[in-house]
Design a binder for this molecule. Sequence first.
Ligand code: ZN
Length: 201
Amino acid sequence: MERLLPPTLLALKEALEQLPGIGPRSALRILQHLLKKPDLLTRLTDTLGTVATHIHPCPKCGFWTEAELCEICADPHRTEPILCVVKDVSDVLALERSQAFRGQYHLLGGVLDPLAGVGEKDLRLSELWNRIRTEGFEEVILALGTSPEAETTAYYIARHLADWPGKVTRFASGIPVGSELEYIDPLTLSRSLRERLPFSL
Ligand SMILES: [Zn+2]
């Protein structure tokens, strides 16, 4: 019966269904809600347009920015020569909530996952090697989470850095196996960050 919807609404509904966690029913509920709230619809139209034209990945770390560099890379007070390698934006936000880290981040954009078709070229790895070579870091923390794919990716990076003179470390215990950084409470995160361990190959 969905073909009864005007084509524009049907197109919006189908677009909404592409979002994570949104099925056909929730898409329809969102449509109904938006049409009852013209103000919200206008706000969304405006912000979505601006996001599409202004937001891009920071060329250095990969975080979101609308300026040349993201706020973290542009912050002159973040002087610790430590690079924390994470998967995504949500990991940066989780670590920033813990307030325990004053170095730089590098977002890989995921972890190696051959079954899901994610290989070395799909991640920001060449950017990572380049930064480690040129930016004078003394330590690289591999904070990719504890899933088997994350472990494999961390191992891959650590092996690649075997001859690099700096330290390669990982978080101390406290992060349950298989969990994502964003679900760890800030206190636990800051403790495991403070008590980090050398990454052993
Ligand atoms: Zn950045």
